[in-house]
Each structure stands twice: as structure tokens, then as C-alpha cells.
Design a binder for this molecule. Structure first.
Ligand code: ZN
Ligand code: ZN
Length: 510
């Protein structure tokens, strides 16, 4: 064979080799062709030496503020279609990571009656990577969070929840977690926003939240540690967010109330938010995306990021809200009915039909009725001993905001008044009674009173002590200046008074 022929053969062999090695996305099991690492000076996604495709796609799907809505109801979608959507995503995407930005448990009876356990079970089954703690996770105090943390196969994240006594982070939360994708490490940091005061204070006596610059420092420090340990991309899951629906780039001053944009200067690469139940896909001045999916199963925040394993540079390919109309037509995933069966002993109480309601009762009607029932219950329990001036307080109604005509189930009442706030007999000075209850301009305050209370309205003596019956949320709210005297049964809440009212045929009246 001539020298020229040998050269030609070599050339053909070379060409064959190149054409048989198409650029392909590597996965965790493909060993790198460049033993000493790839180089991609131009960041074009291909190795300058071996031409290997260097971009790894990671898809994040985040939920926020689901508020226990696992099962379908007349007023909202359950998670059965959403589960199928997420499972399909897991099967199609190279790397799908499921996250949760908090307020997962409180709000629908199937979750409340299990203290959130059924939702944690659902997240275990779906393979969630982490959940940030929301303010409503504290609605039953710390114990259920601790128990659910034991049961969860993923970490609860809150870098800023501290124990008052030890001044250490609470044991049931971690600051961060790492999802190991082989060639890539994804760091996830979680925090709860400045929403401590929205929790009934008797539920958070042992903890405090670090906020503002303290929170910024904690996140920066955690991010540094994660990066040092090899994290290529850092996601911040924050139970707090923007107060309005927005799209596009926003000014940093819009984020100021809950997010320090200094974190976007290299500390966090993507932010999933919650708490305000808004829908947005926005970018801050550093180009970092912030998303929130509306809450109550009104959307999924989805971000696809391509990360270059040679340069470490991420680029967001997609940032979108997946609206319910996209997933509502999916098949029902069996997981939801399986979980409802599994927890039937607890959940069935919610399905009990208590009575009939003759017409739709709006929010004002229901809130006033709760105030009336507080007053009546107070008269029955303490009326012999105390001259009770009035019952009521700050009465907040939840989904769907009215009681529909027809059968009344415990579940419906649970959804309207989900909070475990006890009835409390309190004393109050005349001046405060007048300011906080009779003359309040807060339209969420509802009061009810009998003859004595009506008489008092015109004849209050500022320094005299009076007696009122409110729930423990109102009694503990400092500005009300109430002094607790006695609490009633720990198992009786607004919804239970309403349940008895329904059983007595109350909702059949006009
Ligand atoms: Zn919420
Ligand atoms: Zn919240």
C-alpha cells in the first residue's frame, strides 16, 4: 500500500469516527470523554476538545399554597389530574425536580383531619425533593410539623426558624438540601417570610423567625457553603411573595418588602415563592426569575434550565405557569383515591351530613353567625358567673367564602373555618371594649350581644372591667388588650359550633 493510500484510509477512518459520534446529551452514567474535564471557552454548549454536548436540562416544578386541597370539591380541583401531569413530566424530562413553597396542609378537611399527614404522604409518593415551611404549617402548633417531618421522605426547609430557648434552628427543619444529578448538584435553600404575626401566637410560643438582613446573611452563608461543596445551581424556595400578579421584569423596589435582591448577585439562581396566592413569572434586575403559581391548585410554576457542565453557566429555557386548563383534562391519578381510602378513618368525619341549608349564605352572614354562636356559647358556659357583654372578634372566613344551599357537611364548615382557635372568656377595660369592639372600623370584626351589651354601648365606663367571649386568635392579638380568664374545651372551634347549629336545623331558617 502506497503512502498516499495509507493516508487516505486514515482520513476515511477519522471521518467515520467523527460521524459515528454525534453530539449527545450525556447522562449521569456516561463517563466524560475528557478525563481532565471539558472546556467550553465560548459557552456554546459543546466541548472545545471532544465536541461533547455539555448542556444538562433540569426541569423544576413548584407548587405553593395548596392548602390541603387533595380531593376534588365543588369549588376546586383536587390533585388527581395534577398528579398525572407531574408524573408525565417526571417520565419525559431528563431531570424533573418537584418543590413546594409552603402552606401545604391547612384548609381542606381531608388534610386538616390528618394534620397534614395525607399531604406529606402524597408528596412522598410523588417524589418531592423539598418543602419550605409556610405560616399555616403552624396552625396546629409545632408537634404535627415534627411528626410530619419524621414521616416525610424529603426535608422541610426553613433556614430562619429558630427555637427561642436554644437560639438554634428548629430540629425539624433544614436550611438546605442538595439534589445530586451526577454531573450536576442542585442546591435548594428554603425560608419562611415575615409572616410570623399571621400565626395565632399561642401556636408559635417556642419559635421565632429571622427576617430582613438577618435572613439575607443566612441565605448568603448557606449559598457559599453549597457552592463550595460543588452546587452548580441554587434554588431559593421562599414562603413569601409579591402582592400582585405581574409578568416581565420588575424593579427591585417592588420585591423589597420580602426579597433582598442582593441575593440575586450570585447567591441564588432561581426563586419559587408563595404565601400571597398570586400568579407571576418575573425577573429582577439581575435577571433572576421569581415565580408563584397562585395557590389553591391554580397553577404550577415550571422552569427549565440548561446548565453547561463545563462552564457552570445556567440559562433559563422556559419559565412559565402551567395553568389548570393545561392539566385539568389529564386522567385522574389513582394516588389520590388511594390516599383518601388509606386515611378514611380520619377523613370520613368530614363527609358526615349535618343538616340542610335553605339558601346560599354569604360571608358576612356566616361571620356574623359565628359571632352570635360565640356569644350564645359564652352565655351557656360562663353566663352564670360573669355578665358577658358580647361575643365575637376578628372572624376570618376561608374557601369558598359562603355556605352553599343544600346538604351541609362537616367538610364544608371545616373549609370555611379551618382554624383551631378555642373559645376564650376574657376581661377588658371599658375604653378598649369601646375602641376594639363597639367602634371598630375593621370590617373583619364581628360582634354579637344581648340586652346588657346593647345597654353598655351607651353607658360604658372607661376604667370598668367587662367580660367578653372571643376565640383564641382574637384574645392573643395584643392590640385587643384582652386578658384571658378561661379557655373552653380544646376540641370545640367555630366550625363545631356551626355543626351543632346545622344539626339543630339552624340553616333551615330564613
Ligand atoms: Zn397560603
Ligand atoms: Zn402563607
Amino acid at each position: 500500500m502506497s503512502y498516499i493510500k495509507i493516508l487516505c484510509l486514515l482520513l476515511v477512518l477519522c471521518l467515520l469516527f467523527v460521524s459515528c459520534s454525534p453530539a449527545q446529551a450525556p447522562d449521569a452514567t456516561t463517563p466524560s470523554k475528557c478525563a481532565d474535564g471539558h472546556i467550553d471557552e465560548g459557552n456554546d454548549g459543546f466541548c472545545d476538545r471532544c465536541s461533547e454536548f455539555l448542556l444538562v436540562m433540569v426541569d423544576f416544578y413548584a407548587l405553593n399554597d395548596i392548602h390541603g386541597k387533595l380531593a376534588d370539591a365543588d369549588t376546586h380541583l383536587g390533585l388527581d389530574e395534577l398528579s398525572t401531569y407531574l408524573e408525565n413530566a417526571r417520565n419525559t424530562d431528563d431531570h424533573a425536580i418537584f418543590l413546594n413553597a409552603g402552606d401545604m396542609w391547612q384548609g381542606a378537611s381531608e388534610s386538616n383531619l390528618t394534620h397534614g399527614r395525607i399531604m406529606v404522604d402524597w408528596m412522598n409518593e410523588m417524589g418531592f425533593a423539598a418543602m419550605a415551611i409556610g405560616n399555616h404549617e403552624y396552625d396546629w402548633g409545632e408537634a404535627p410539623i415534627e411528626e410530619n417531618a419524621q414521616f416525610a421522605q424529603f426535608p422541610f426547609l426553613a433556614i430562619n426558624i429558630y427555637d427561642r430557648e436554644t437560639n438554634q434552628q428548629v430540629s425539624y427543619c433544614k436550611s438546605s438540601t442538595v439534589v445530586d444529578l451526577g454531573q450536576l448538584q442542585i442546591g435548594i435553600i428554603g425560608a419562611v417570610g415575615d409572616c410570623y404575626s399571621s400565626i395565632s401566637s399561642d401556636k408559635v410560643t417556642d419559635v421565632y423567625f429571622k427576617t430582613g438582613s438577618e435572613l439575607t446573611q443566612l441565605v448568603k452563608h448557606e449559598s457559599d457553603m453549597l457552592r463550595e461543596a460543588g452546587a452548580d445551581f441554587i434554588v431559593y424556595v421562599l414562603h413569601d411573595g409579591l402582592g400582585s400578579n405581574k409578568t416581565g421584569s420588575v424593579s427591585d423596589s417592588m420585591l423589597k418588602s420580602y426579597y433582598d435582591v442582593a441575593l440575586s448577585d450570585g447567591y441564588v439562581d432561581l426563586v419559587f415563592e408563595g404565601h400571597t396566592h398570586r400568579k407571576y413569572v418575573i425577573t429582577d434586575s439581575y435577571g433572576v426569575y421569581h415565580l408563584q403559581g397562585g395557590g389553591d391548585n391554580e397553577g404550577i410554576s415550571h422552569v427549565e434550565v440548561a446548565i453547561n457542565i463545563a462552564t457552570g453557566k445556567p440559562s433559563v429555557q422556559t419559565a412559565e405557569l402551567v395553568e389548570p386548563r393545561i392539566y385539568a383534562h389529564e386522567e385522574d391519578h389513582p394516588i389520590v383515591s388511594e390516599l383518601l381510602d388509606k386515611y378514611a378513618d380520619s377523613v370520613d368525619k368530614g363527609n358526615e351530613i349535618l343538616g340542610t341549608n335553605n339558601y346560599n349564605r354569604n360571608s358576612k352572614y356566616m361571620q356574623q353567625l359565628v359571632a352570635d354562636l360565640y356569644y350564645q356559647a359564652g352565655e351557656e358556659i360562663w353566663g352564670d358567673e360573669y355578665d358577658i357583654a358580647l361575643g365575637g372578634g376578628f372572624i376570618s372566613i376561608r374557601d369558598p367564602g359562603y355556605l352553599a344551599a343544600g346538604d351541609v357537611s362537616y367538610k364544608m364548615l371545616y373549609s370555611l373555618f379551618p382554624f383551631d382557635n378555642q373559645l376564650v372568656l376574657c376581661s377588658i377595660k371599658g375604653k378598649d371594649l369601646l375602641d376594639r369592639f363597639y367602634n371598630t372600623t375593621n370590617n373583619r370584626y364581628f360582634i354579637s350581644y344581648g340586652e346588657y351589651g346593647r345597654y353598655l354601648e351607651q353607658n360604658i365606663e372607661y376604667d370598668e372591667t367587662y367580660y367578653v367571649v372571643v376565640d383564641s386568635y382574637s384574645s392573643l392579638y395584643g392590640p385587643n388588650k384582652l386578658t384571658e380568664i378561661e379557655r373552653y374545651d380544646a376540641e370545640v372551634y367555630a366550625r363545631d359550633l356551626l355543626a351543632q347549629y346545622a344539626k339543630d336545623g339552624g340553616f333551615q331558617n330564613y
